[in-house]
Design a protein around this ligand. Structure first.
Ligand SMILES: *Cc1c(COP(=O)(O)O)cnc(C)c1O
Length: 370
């Protein structure tokens, strides 16, 4: 009997590490040699490189993406009593970052691309609304022209959750450059992932950048002088070494993801019952996740996992149905598009090193599971 084929992970982080292992070892040795553990030169070098990559003047490295979200809301001067519009279907951190800064998140249902639906925004704008915070989910940007026009018409601030879209563009313009500020996450599985928690704020505003630099460093610009309250949330220097090594490969890795997505599209074209994901016109997608829709999703997922396919669900529960947000007072049925999607979506393995052979096995297993 031949051995069972190796399991296929949702994201192959080992293959990513193999490409950069030597560079990371050298960079980490340098940090240890310099004992520059907090905000060392490697942090500054990464911040500058990522700012250049995103075509924004400022990148401020912080401890994680949730802190980055909290900091952009705080730095924008929003607080208790204010409301910030966020999509109903995202990772919970989008809403928790807003809540931790003080404002109340107000949920907006999504469109066919799982992105905040511009058509549903105006109905959610009230006297307390101060900002709109779309999420560039799965690797493509929300409709920033439509959302930006609504923000401008109502005098609202535009912020971005850019955690899932490093390198993505819309009509040639990079994610994180549309609003006053953007938050991103370098959680290991993201397109640009660290070897632990890490995140960053991107902004075109000198003023917001200065505020975020203080917020991440106990409210201080000058050592032992604390004119305001802040936090301890700096980008770790060893993580900055990893991120710089991966950033140099990010465009090539995103291109590899696009090729893998195109192959899935082809392989799945004749699999009945599977709805492949689309790209909102104008977007250059970076395929953080390749999310299909299938009938009887839970049973299909179980069968895929039993076959060693690391499929997943992003996310099984829309925000309004989490206990953590029960105080918003919503009930099942309030966000029908997000709820229907949550019952049908299935994320297939996706990463830059995914081989054609593995993709064929994934599609084969999916065909059988259906
Ligand atoms: C990963 C993620 C975050 C949170 O980032 P952490 O670094 O894990 O705190 C926020 N929003 C979205 C959309 C994410 O995918």
């Amino acid at each position: 009997m031949s051995a069972a084929p190796a399991a296929i992970p949702l994201v192959d982080l080992k293959a990513q590490h193999a490409e950069i292992a030597e560079e990371v070892a050298r960079g980490m040795a340098r940090v240890m040699d310099e004992t520059s553990f907090i905000l060392g030169p490697a942090v500054r070098a990464f911040e500058e490189a990522f700012a250049r990559f995103c075509q924004v003047p400022h990148c401020i490295g912080v401890g994680n993406g949730t802190d980055a979200l909290e900091f952009i809301v705080r730095a924008a001067g929003l607080g208790p009593g204010d409301e910030v519009l966020v999509p109903a279907n995202t990772f919970i951190a989008t809403a928790l970052g807003v809540l931790r800064a003080g404002p109340s998140p107000v949920l907006v249902d999504c469109d066919a691309w799982h992105l905040m639906d511009p058509e549903r925004i105006e109905a959610k704008i009230g006297p307390r609304t101060r900002a709109i915070l779309p999420v560039h989910l799965y690797g493509q940007l929300a409709d920033m022209e439509a959302i930006g026009a609504l923000a401008a018409a109502h005098g609202l601030l535009l912020l971005e959750d850019a955690a899932q879209c490093q390198g993505a563009r819309r009509h040639g313009r990079p994610a994180g450059t549309f609003g006053a500020a953007a938050a991103t996450s370098f959680y290991p599985g993201k397109n640009l992932g660290a070897y632990g928690d890490a995140g960053a704020v991107l902004t075109t505003s000198d003023d917001l950048a200065a505020r975020v630099r203080k917020l991440r460093n106990w409210g201080s610009e000058q050592k032992y002088h604390h004119p305001e309250i802040g936090f301890n949330s700096r980008l770790d220097t060893l993580q900055a070494v990893v991120l710089s090594a991966k950033l140099a490969r990010l465009d090539a890795w995103n291109e590899a993801r696009r090729r893998a997505a195109a192959r899935y599209d082809e392989l799945l074209a004749d699999v009945p019952g599977v709805e492949t994901p689309g790209t909102l016109p104008g977007n250059e997608h970076v395929w953080h996740l390749y999310v299909v829709r299938v009938p009887r999703r839970d049973a299909v997922l179980e069968r895929l996992q039993a076959a060693g396919i690391g499929a997943g669900i992003h996310y099984p529960v829309p925000l309004h149905l989490h206990g953590a947000l029960s105080h918003l007072g919503h009930r099942r049925g309030d966000f029908p598009v997000a709820e229907k999607a949550a019952a049908e979506i299935l994320s297939l393995p996706m990463d830059p090193h995914l081989t054609e052979d593995r993709q064929a096995r994934v599609v084969d297993a999916l065909r059988r599971a259906l």
